[in-house]
Write a protein that binds this ligand. Structure first.
Ligand code: TYM
Length: 334
């Protein structure tokens, strides 16, 4: 089976963007791929974090993976910090990655502006650790949202550079993976501004719908979502980014084609569409929320899943780390 690797940071609640851009695709890909899905807690400390919340947030992400339909018998779910191989490979990559490759990263520049004087080396190094997460598992594809495109490109560049410097043309050290960015859901936008992506770090709660929001909150957020005064609803009108986003959400949560939704909603006004959208999202999230809350009450089960995941992940990651260390010329362990 071909393999995929992907992950999510345990920083706060997951929202519809994380679900539609990432997790929902993984659930589908499970049928064809051997999936490695990691909770990237080492990434979560690249910005100031609360130690009292970190472990809890990691369990929440693992529970969300399961609640959304990731099957622990078929897929491997694990916590990044449980495998020191991730940090170790990141160090090796640090020593072959030009500094200016990292200084160019859009996400670094955006986050660094907010942090001012307090920007850590870790924040700059974030994409190198991500490259280690990915390349340790030699996946065929990396399914992510649109915002991760540049990080996957960097991962490919690091792998190619390592292969060029330390491998031979007929025998590359590392496999160079492909990004998998599905068009639908790859960029879910904010409810308060259709030109900004939905984001965990937006200060306004109203801008996003969290996967754990109760029905009344979802309905209220949709009701207050930004719209426009134009008549009828349509996709792809550059003057109506909010309309495009909300129709897109309706399409994905009602599992219809774009054409069917365009047809159904062509004549609708917001007063008719918004309750329909809210109802559709609430209905789709209800079973996920129910399973999520059950899982969060069963810590022993979550721990067992994560322990088994760690063991399965090690079987793939450790040989890759060894292969890279050998290529770099380290003395073998006795
Ligand atoms: P994170 O936690 O910020 O995002 C997790 C996933 O959610 C996607 N996403 C979105 N998709 C559509 N619309 C949105 N508004 C939206 N917001 C977020 C992201 O693209 C991502 O797929 N750097 C990664 C974490 C990571 C990782 C990895 C991913 C670390 N190592 C290895 C893949 C492979 C991230 O940004 O996570």
């Amino acid at each position: 089976k071909p393999r995929i690797l992907s992950g999510i940071q345990p920083t706060g609640n997951l929202h519809l963007g994380n679900y539609l851009g990432a997790i929902r695709n993984w659930v589908e890909l499970q049928a064809e791929y051997d999936c490695f899905l990691v909770v990237v807690d080492l990434h979560a400390i690249t910005v100031p974090h609360d130690p009292a919340q970190l472990a809890e947030n990691s369990y929440k992400i693992a529970a969300t993976y399961l609640a959304c339909g990731i099957d622990p018998e078929r897929s491997t779910i694990f916590i990044q910090s449980h495998l020191p191989a991730h940090s170790e490979l990141a160090w090796l990559f640090n020593c072959i990655t030009p500094l200016n490759w990292l200084e160019r990263m859009i996400q670094f520049k955006e986050k660094a502006v907010k942090q001012g004087e307090n920007v850590s080396i870790g924040l700059l190094d974030y994409p190198v650790l991500q490259a280690a997460d990915i390349l340790l598992y030699e996946p065929d594809v990396v399914p992510v949202g649109e915002d991760q495109k540049q990080h996957i490109e960097l991962t490919r560049d690091i792998a190619a550079r390592l292969n060029f410097q330390f491998g031979s043309e007929d025998k590359p050290v590392l496999k160079v993976p492909e990004p998998l960015i599905r068009k639908a859901g790859a960029r879910v936008m904010s409810l308060t501004d259709g030109t900004q992506k939905m984001s965990k770090s937006d200060p306004s709660d109203q801008s996003r719908i969290d996967l754990t929001d109760p029905p009344a909150v979802i309905t209220k957020k949709i009701k207050r979502a930004k719209t426009d005064p134009m008549r009828g609803l349509e996709f792809n009108n550059p003057d109506r980014p909010e309309c495009n986003n909300l129709l897109g959400l309706y399409q994905l949560f009602s599992n219809q084609t774009k054409a069917a939704v365009a047809e159904e909603c062509r004549e609708m006004g917001w007063g008719q569409f918004k309750p329909l959208l809210a109802e559709t999202i609430v209905a789709a999230l209800e079973p996920i929320q129910q399973r999520y809350h059950e899982l969060m009450r069963d810590r022993a089960y979550l721990e067992a899943v994560l322990r088994q995941g760690q063991e399965k992940a090690e079987q793939v990651a450790l040989p890759t780390l060894d292969k890279v260390k050998t290529a770099l010329g380290f003395a073998p362990k006795g």
